[in-house]
Design a protein. Sequence first.
Length: 95
Amino acid sequence: MLCSHDAWDAKLVVLGTGSEVDYWKSCLRQRGCGDSFEFLGFRSDVPELMQAADCLISPARHEAHELGVHEAISSRIPAFVSSGAGVAERYPIHF
């Protein structure tokens, strides 16, 4: 919904692969948000990409430890996680 507003000027980068990538790309194109997202697939330069990011958003529901979240926090990058993710219990405040 955010990317459909004229004031939206963020670029969201998605790292990794999975069976639902094509589905999400299709959904974003249908909503006119395709240009706001970039799917990079599997990458070996994750630390460099993290350093270029303003924050990490991890919507995972079933990841127990979320290594990417720990890497972001260790790099002083804010990380937003799903309340149901295993790593959420490490956050002192839940919204």
